[in-house]
Design a protein around this ligand. Sequence first.
Ligand code: AMO
Length: 433
Amino acid sequence: MSFPRKTHWTKDVKPELDGKEVVLSGWVWDIRDIGNIKFVLLRDREGMVQLTIKKGSVPDSVWSAVASLNKEDAIVVRGIVKASKIAKAGVEVFPSEVYVVAKSKPLPIDIWGTVETDLDTRLRFRSVDLKRPINSLIFRVESEVTRAIRETLYSHGFIEVFTPKIIVTSTEGGAELFAVQYFERVAYLAQSPQLYKEELTASLERIFEIAPAYRAEKHNTNYHLNEFISVDIEEAFANYTDVMEVLEDVIVNVYGKVAEAFNDEFSKYGIEVKVPKKPFRKITYDEALGILERRGLKVNWGEDVPKGGMEILSEEFGEPFFIIHFPTDIRAFYTKPLESDPRISESFDLVIDGLEIASGSSRIHIKEQLIDALRKRGLNPESFESHLVIYDYGLPPHAGWGLGLYRLMMVLLRRDNIREVVLYPRDRFRLEP
Ligand code: AMO
């Protein structure tokens, strides 16, 4: 069937277009029938608009096409815009042509009611679930978030790169790698672009990557997945404080751009995005342990700050904050120790609403020190040969961070479960759809 192409999104059908012809396309959200008049609410990605069809004022073919509609049928409509005092958006469209391009059976989940279907069922029918406007909104926001991240990083002189996701060595230490059969040998899915991004500072200087990372962790929490999108940066001739400033800018711009683009729509759902202020508070690991002890949570020096600890600290500070200077031993091998006290490192985590959103550090850029650091962690420098050789050719001091995109989405939109902000989450038990 041939049909005309969309000229307007529903959100752009405004009273100013009164008298103009438009072509709209989308799905039938609702139908109201009062005898000789039918009202169809047409939904597309950006919103809804009312179609008004009067018997006798439209060709019979349009009337019968509308009479046969079911909820969620996909339609294309040509019609005339009329400013209206009665219709909700102050505007309605009187169709002259209606094309029913795909029929819909009754849906397996309720997208109209006030009560959400349980998350498991929603994820099973994910693409149907996304017909519910609040659910697709999450992914429209995510796209704005990645745009804001890219814009901020470009403005700081970073360029976007792509590194391989099939690799031979672990980058973060530990055994949390997925093995893949790569012809005659075994390879692994990358846990992070860490080593590549560090190597690239020797030529491209400031780089970023937004790409999947794979961790074969058996976690079953609301904030871990086995595949997630990692936003990584690395900057040459810079240290951890420099890249923390970049991170602050990224966060503030993301919140700012999202608030600007979506706060009107958010108000319908009781979501409010408040833009945090720079600079963010910075507390040392030692200070964090002190605060936690006063609040009744004992964390031994040399242990990571647990999730519960981050929640307490967020209660204390409200706003996003950094924990800096973690013990060297609990950070990855490439992390640079403080010159004044090598037991602690030039490292940081960014915490928002009790969740670790990003972590980063200055890196060791001296080959012998890196070999030592590998050995101390029981890793074999020979397995890192192709990486270590780069350190012989003017690898500059550098620093960077990795940010979990989905965790950022969780805190931005105040969702409790990471799976809600991921189109097709991959967790221990979910490989489909
Ligand atoms: P790290 O391992 O801390 O650091 O990861 C960086 C950020 O990625 C997110 N993240 C996750 N999100 C969802 N599910 C997971 N299983 C998961 N694991 C991590 C978190 C975390 O803060 N190479 C370093 C970064 C660097 O130093 O540049 C790294 O990967 O938000």
